[in-house]
Design a protein around this ligand. Sequence first.
Ligand code: PLP
Length: 493
Amino acid sequence: MAEAITAPHPLAPEWLRPLTDSAALERQLLPADAHRDPEGRLVLGGVDVVSLAAQHGTPLYVISEADFRARARAFRRAFAEAFAPEAEVDVFYAGKAFLSTHVARWAAEEGLCVDTASGGELALALAGGVEPSRIGLHGNNKSDAEIGRALEAGIGRIIADSLDELERIEQLAAAAGVAAPVMLRLTPGVHASTHEYIATAHEDQKFGLSLTPASIEDAGRTTGGNPFAGSPAWTAVERALAAEHIELRGLHCHIGSQIFEPEGFEVAAAKLIGLLGQVREVHGTELPELDLGGGHGIAYTEADAPRQPQEIAQALAGAVRSASAKAGIAIPRISIEPGRALVGPAGVTLYRVGVQKDVQVDGPAGETLSRRYVAVDGGMSDNARGVLYDADYSAVLAGRQVTGEHVLSRIVGKHCESGDIVVRDVYLPTTTARDDLIAVPATGAYCHSLSSNYNCLTRPAVVAVKDGASQVLIRRETEEQMLGRDTGYLPGG
Ligand SMILES: *Cc1c(COP(=O)(O)O)cnc(C)c1O
């Protein structure tokens, strides 16, 4: 295996360990069924990456079906066990992380429901054969057409994001002569990301309905000490309860993404359950459901150590039990909405190495250092997360034995943008050469779904691997398909 680098490069971030055991790193970041064959080629779902690249081209998104299914099962089991016997749990796969008809079907076969966030995602979930009653529709600006489509299909829940939308759902449901199953998306004043959460009274964001009364005079005004009186959330609850064609199922929140610690979820759950208790007190009715959203974190690099689903589930179950007891209500039926945590680690992107450059850089002590730039055949069009979120990734040489000395490298794309960075800092073998295959782990979520045609690059294919076979889930876009949208473009002209 790889030779040890003992001293970190002065330009390397603190978390990037000098490479001592690339096999351990691969075990941590690659899908569970990944390994190296005797020739040193990375094997995903029983198919080696050299054949995958030869058959399907690069860049290529590869998804391990077994890894996705195992994660789906693990979440479902962990939450079912933690909340049993009092409450059942529905796991909604957040399709925006990566949705195709096949993946929607995998999720359904593993007993998951599917969340969608637009008419297009809803169409994919339906085309994948997901039972309509097991589909949810999100979005802060749903069109009447999208709401109408959801009602017509008879989906399980529409998560209403505003008072305006609630009114339109009522009107559309009335016109269709149906009762719309609705959850209310609330902003509990908890933002969580990675290791911390912050609590605020007023949330400065576009999603959801606030729990905070609009003015101090409103607080507690209407019903003897109701702390939610006058808040958009309370108004929405009352209007939904009064609406003839809305069946109010319960409350929803989604507090962030790439969350590692359970505290933020616990605080949000307690707040929403407080509101459920208040609804019971004022209206004598217990809303049956509570949706705690997604955002469960994954490992993108060796620095990330996400918790097992059991740990998050146990912590949440504890918080929900004690808050429900305090609020005097039965524990509601729970739902969660993991996206990234199910499909992120199941995905790997394969690239081919092109041009390399050693660039002189001023070091922290004024010395002159060198950084190797390794350009690959994709970039920000297939993985926008570096540009959007400054996201860190890791990478490994995938098509052959990893031997010899390593050098601090930066993997960049081929776009006309200096921020077009795929992997900011990684140690790669000094022997890395043109046409070598590079695998970037943890790219199953928010890579294909955020992909673009920037610089008129065609979007890569997505293939699933399982038991030694690969299957195309989404075809590689052809130049003709891409340029054919231009009304003056003549193929071959
Ligand atoms: C994005 C989103 C999710 C999924 O988030 P992940 O970080 O992928 O788990 C779940 N619920 C809602 C409402 C979302 O917007």
